[in-house]
Design a protein. Structure first.
Length: 530
């Protein structure tokens, strides 16, 4: 029996949650961008602080975050001499840059990312990319195998590490392994476009986990169908029986650190920046959007919708401003640089078309925002315009609702995972510029009481299922499925047991056969009379 003090949570992601920046001989930690980092760092900080521990399904004496480093090993060794205090340990993995490039910029982001986001025409099919993907996944698996101890829980995150669960399972059959996918799992009609060996290895890799998590019911169903079509394994109430094991697939919509964002408006630094934003745009309604640079975010379509809004509703000209923030991402990939050029050309064209001497319709910024600036923008904005073409979840939408005061309207793409939980937002088809234009006008003219009503309902939902509830829910069900596996274990025959049974049957002089009927001799039926 392993006590909670010696239990460890080993969290595994492609990148570490921090970058190491060296300036004037000093090493400093800089938090990386991304929803996973924001969410899990919030969980670690909450758990380490004075919070209601009864919400935690699992208690861990130690938490370790394993990921690849995007800084030199020499800098890492220097940092280790005087590490900054953290609520978790950092375990850096150093990978050959050429191999990492083919793995990450190749198979991960030129093959899997476009395909899983329904951009099949962007997919690159390159065998060498997949070979490096396998090699890097094996490096991660080997590193974790050397690190893991009895009683540890391994939680692997996202599409960069699809093969790792099974690689660990082959070496440590009784390991406790969870896997969570943060992007959409596509329909089988799209998934099947992968080369056959690739999709078979991906499905079997994921099935190495005990519990597989997704953001929405739709993604769960797509995965279960892919499992059935690729391996032949079916499921019963989302539990798949395979290789004398059980793997459960379930939905866990990722939450945000609600208290952190909801309380940001009381911070003096946030209030100061908010007042500056409002002062810069007196008597104007503020629309905002914040996205990573990515073709899946639909930024050019969003600008087209805003342009049509200004065309259709000329009374709003000089009375509204759109603050468009694009966060740099994956600049080494040509598709992203092409997208940046298109965005900047469109912003220039739109401003050139509508600007006056005293007004510019789009305020464009190509850079990251720190927490203070982000929350100040959430607080100052009248409308959040979040319209990705595809998104696994989209935490900006949730952060805006959690942060904004009692007024504000969220316009959200119906193709974002968050749309399922946020039905009180104005949902739009991001490809329809006319619909987006109408939604902007509806948001700007919505009565304050209606704004408050919608925000209140969404806010309550976000508060009840925040990041701590998300983590506790997943880890609690991971523990449950391990218990279920132990209970079911006696039902399975090992190869040696089967061999002995057949031998004993052949030698026996008197044999008695006991056969189950329902589900054995005949299929299960909804109505027992059948």
């Amino acid at each position: 029996m392993v006590d909670s003090i010696s239990k460890r949570l080993i969290l595994v992601s492609n990148r570490l949650p921090f970058q190491l920046v060296e300036k004037d001989g000093e090493i400093a930690l800089k938090q990386s961008d991304g929803g996973l980092v924001t969410a899990l760092k919030g969980y670690f900080e909450q758990e380490a602080g004075d919070v209601d521990q009864s919400r935690n399904a699992e208690q861990f004496g130690e938490k370790i975050w394993v990921g690849s480093a995007d800084f030199p090993e020499k800098r890492w060794n220097k940092y280790l001499q005087k590490p900054a205090p953290q609520s978790f340990h950092i375990d850096a993995l150093f990978i050959n840059p050429k191999s990492y490039n083919k793995y990450y910029n190749g198979f991960c982001n030129a093959t899997l990312w476009p395909l899983f986001h329904y951009f099949p025409s962007y997919v690159v099919y390159d065998e060498t990319f997949f070979e490096e993907y396998e090699k890097v996944n094996q490096l991660f698996a080997n590193h974790i195998i050397d690190l893991v101890r009895p009683g540890d829980t391994i939680w692997i995150h996202d599409y960069q590490l699809f093969l790792v669960p099974q690689m660990i399972r082959e070496r440590i059959p009784d390991a406790t392994i969870g896997f969570f996918l943060h992007i959409p799992f596509p329909s089988f009609e799209v998934f099947r476009l992968l080369h056959r060996p690739w999709k078979e290895k991906i499905i079997r890799g994921i099935l190495g986990a005990d519990l597989v998590g997704f953001h929405t019911h739709e993604y769960v169903q797509h995965f279960l169908k892919a499992v059935r079509m690729v391996t032949g394994y079916d499921h019963h109430y989302r539990v798949i029986e395979h290789d004398n094991r059980l793997t459960k697939a379930e939905l866990y919509p990722l939450g945000v650190d609600y208290d952190k964002f909801n309380g940001s408006g009381k911070r003096e630094d946030v209030t100061a920046v908010k007042e500056t934003i409002v002062k810069n745009f007196p008597d104007k309604k503020i629309i905002f959007s914040v996205d990573r640079l990515d073709y899946t975010k639909g930024i050019t379509h969003r600008l087209s919708g805003y342009e049509q809004f200004l065309e259709n509703y000329p009374e709003w000209r000089e009375n509204v401003v759109f603050i468009l923030v694009v966060v740099p991402s994956r600049q080494i990939i040509s598709k992203y640089n092409e997208r940046l050029k298109l965005i900047e050309e469109q912003v220039g064209s739109l401003n050139g078309k509508f600007s006056t001497l005293s007004w510019q319709p789009v305020i464009y910024r190509y850079s990251s925002l720190d927490f203070t600036e982000l929350c100040a923008l959430y607080e100052a904005a009248n409308v959040g315009l979040i319209t990705p073409l595809r998104d696994g979840m989209n935490l900006v939408a949730k952060e805006y609702v959690a942060s904004s005061p009692d007024h504000g309207v969220l316009i959200l793409s119906e193709l974002a995972g968050a749309a399922i939980e946020m039905g009180e937002a104005i949902l739009v088809n991001p490809l329809d510029a006319s619909e987006t234009a109408e939604a902007i006008n509806q948001a700007l003219t919505m009565p304050v009481l209606e704004q408050k009503r919608r925000l209140s309902v969404m806010r309550k939902r976000l508060q009840e299922y925040d990041v701590l509830a998300w983590v506790s829910d997943f880890l609690g069900q991971l523990s449950d499925i391990k218990s279920q596996q132990q209970q079911e274990h006696s039902k399975y025959l090992s190869p040696d047991m089967r061999k002995n049974l057949v031998h004993a049957y052949q030698k026996a002089r008197h044999r008695s056969l006991l056969l189950d009927y329902d589900g054995t001799l005949v299929p299960f039926a909804r109505n027992p009379r059948e």
